[in-house]
Design a protein around this ligand. Structure first.
Ligand code: ADP
Ligand code: MG
Length: 640
């Protein structure tokens, strides 16, 4: 083996991997058994990859067509061995895959660590660092591998004690695939045991679609048998027995699959450690034939808001794994749904490009979208459970009305907001409509930067006084979303900070009073306009205010502050629209203003009122120093 040694090289782990390994070994030992789940999951992925590659290299699979994972152990040497006949790795792949972390996974994993061992150890699989969990139980890991299609002498031996470096060199491997030998740490010797291994496989890997096998138990020597048990074992060829169900879980009928199996399967495909909230398993027959299994996760992944991050379903065609993250089967606003789709109609060599242009895929997408929405509608029947979902994924669902015209009404029914009447419990449009006042025709809402600004907005005064509910929308996406909504169940929407408002309750008497006020305020309005000039689009009197003397309103079609911020963030220069300045003629300050003859005082007061109205909108003043100066002058007067 001198040749082998000559080309063996010792390499350092990527810095992040070192950090990760240190963590695994020293902090994540509370749930050590997950190493087996991770290694089986990798072996199963490797088998899926082989089956897929075999579509174009049939001979790779043909030489040894029965895919399986074999687990064995040696309780004297304290080893556990996993052997698969999947795709395998070449030397460079071993260096790449087992020495670095290509994805952005590690640093995000490290950031997500909470210090709670149990929770943190569960994060491993989610971040694509599962292989390294073998070092939680092993003081030494040996990987022997050969990529399908390569010659025996092109095998590789990778070896490491998990302490900063690994060695890698050529290895003569007769069969394709990967064998991993773990030499257990003293405190984890107990894993080299048949029943322990069996129990763990059944707990985490019963749903794995290929057989997981263990050597059958040796037959105990009989009393009258003179042969020593040693000879006896020698005479018997080792018999492997399959210890999992080994059929694709989604192909089994619903009644045969237990809740726990669904949950474990979900964890396997999603790398999520939390259980799913709900799932929907369907076999569709007829014009299109496919099986789908969709899951609703409990928690949002750390990069959910990144619309470009990978998402989508795991696609199989006639049980052959084709690709992860097939995003063509669900709209973007449902990108949190995880699951599997197995089609009988698509071609085995289907590509992403083909999926994009396929009408079959389109009709599957429609059906799967409906299924997902139905799952949510169903969940919404339990308002407590639904609120938990909403906190995690509500913002993403809010992309729905813009993206999915066909399901707009249904998606709208799933939206929730705080309101003036229910700040703690979120309100649906249906709740709102159910409580509308007599004569009220519109659904009123107010958008703004934060709930606190909204709650103290002068726009709400008249609504509070009249007991008319207003939805409070403080999410960045809200104003944009509302731009796509003109009505829900026949009720139109109105942003109460824009345009004229009509609560639908005005009596004739009130109307007449308003007209009179308008007339009598004419001279005042003129004077105010002269002061503010082109800072305002219009000055007018209003009945929407109760406690405040003045407020700013936007024209019906002007872009609100949230939208302008989004546009600015996207690099578009957005001129601020000129506001409409509304005065409350019944407020004592305005009444006195009306009587004020001294022009300079009048001007100072108008400017202060104007700036204060802007402050109440949560916007920044154009000239805060001037405002402060005016207030100081006032204070000086007061303190005389
Ligand atoms: P992930 O499975 O999320 O990619 P892991 O840390 O579990 O992350 O595995 C790292 C990589 O090592 C895999 O992506 C794969 O390329 C390779 N690998 C691990 N185990 C095997 C195996 N049994 N056969 C082939 N490749 C493997
Ligand atoms: Mg893995």
């Amino acid at each position: 083996m001198s040749e082998t040694q000559a080309t063996e090289q010792t390499l350092g782990f990527q810095a992040e991997v070192k950090q990760l390994l240190h963590l695994m070994i020293h902090s994540l030992y509370s749930n050590p058994e997950i190493f087996l789940r991770e290694l089986i999951s990798n072996a199963s992925d490797a088998s899926d990859k082989l089956r897929f590659e075999a579509l174009s290299h049939a001979e790779w699979l043909a030489e040894d067509p029965e895919l399986r994972i074999q687990i064995s152990f040696d309780s004297e040497k304290n080893t556990v061995t996993l052997k698969d006949n999947g795709i395998g790795m070449s030397e460079s792949e071993a260096i790449q895959n087992l020495g670095t972390i290509a994805k952005s996974g590690t640093s995000q994993f490290l950031n997500a660590m909470s210090g709670d061992q149990k929770r943190d150890s569960q994060l491993i699989g989610q971040f694509g660092v599962g292989f390294y969990s073998s070092f939680v139980v092993a003081k030494h890991v040996d990987v022997y591998s050969r990529h399908a299609g390569l010659k025996p002498e092109q095998g590789v031996h990778w070896s490491s004690a998990g302490e900063g470096e690994f060695t890698v060199g050529p290895f003569n491997k007769e069969d394709r695939g990967t064998t991993i030998v773990l030499t257990l740490r003293d405190e984890h010797k107990s894993f080299a045991d048949r029943w322990t291994l069996r129990r763990i496989v059944q707990k985490y890997a019963d749903h794995i679609a290929i057989p997981i096998q263990m050597l059958s138990e040796p037959i105990p020597a009989q009393d009258e048998d003179q042969e020593s048990s040693e000879t006896k074992t020698e005479n018997q060829a080792p018999q492997f027995e399959t210890i999992n169900k080994a059929t694709a879980l989604w192909q089994r009928s619903k009644s045969e699959v237990s809740e726990d199996e669904y949950k474990e399967f979900y964890k396997h495909i999603s790398h999520d450690f939390e259980e799913p909230v709900k799932w929907s398993h369907n076999k569709v027959e007829g014009k299109l034939e496919y099986t789908s299994l969709l899951f609703l996760p409990k928690k949002a992944p750390f990069d959910l808001y990144n619309r470009d991050k990978s998402h989508g379903l795991k696609l199989y065609v006639q049980r052959v794994f084709i690709m992860d993250d097939a995003e063509q089967f669900l709209p973007l606003y449902l990108r949190f749904i995880r699951g599997v789709i197995d089609s009988a109609d698509l071609s085995l060599n289907v590509s992403r490009e083909i999926l994009q242009a396929s009408s079959q895929v389109d009709s599957m997408k429609n059906a799967l979208t409906k299924r997902s929405i139905d799952m949510l509608v169903d969940l919404a029947k339990d308002s407590e459970a639904y609120l938990k979902f909403w906190k995690e994924f509500g913002q993403v669902l809010k992309e729905g009305p813009a993206e999915d015209f066909n399901n707009r009404e249904k998606v709208c029914g799933l939206l929730r907001f705080p309101s003036t009447q229910s700040e703690a419990n979120l309100v649906s449009f249906d709740d709102y409509i159910g409580r509308m006042q007599e004569g009220q025709e519109k659904i009123f809402f107010l958008t703004g930067e934060s709930l606190t600004t909204l709650q103290s907005s002068p726009h709400l005064e008249i609504f509070r006084k009249k007991g008319v509910e207003v939805l409070l929308m403080a999410d960045r996406i809200d104003e944009w979303m509302m731009g796509y909504l003109s009505e829900y169940k026949g009720k139109s929407f109105q942003n109460i900070a824009k345009g004229d408002i009509n609560l639908g309750q005005e009596t004739d008497e009130e109307k007449q009073k308003k007209e009179e006020l308008e007339k009598s305020s004419d001279p005042l309005i003129k004077r105010v306009k002269e002061v503010l000039g082109d800072q305002v689009k219009e000055v007018r009197i209003t009945t929407r205010l109760v406690d405040n003397p003045a407020c700013l309103v936007l024209d019906e079609y002007d872009m609100g502050a949230q939208m302008r911020q989004i546009m600015k963030a996207a690099g578009q220069d957005m001129p601020d629209p000129k506001p409409i300045f509304e005065l409350n003629p019944t407020h004592p300050l305005i009444e006195q203003l009306n009587d004020l003859v001294q022009e300079d005082r009048f001007e100072q007061l108008v400017r202060i009122l104007f700036d204060q109205a802007a402050l109440l909108e949560g916007t920044q003043l154009k000239d805060p120093a001037a405002y402060v100066k005016r207030i100081h002058a006032l204070l000086l007067e007061l303190s005389k």
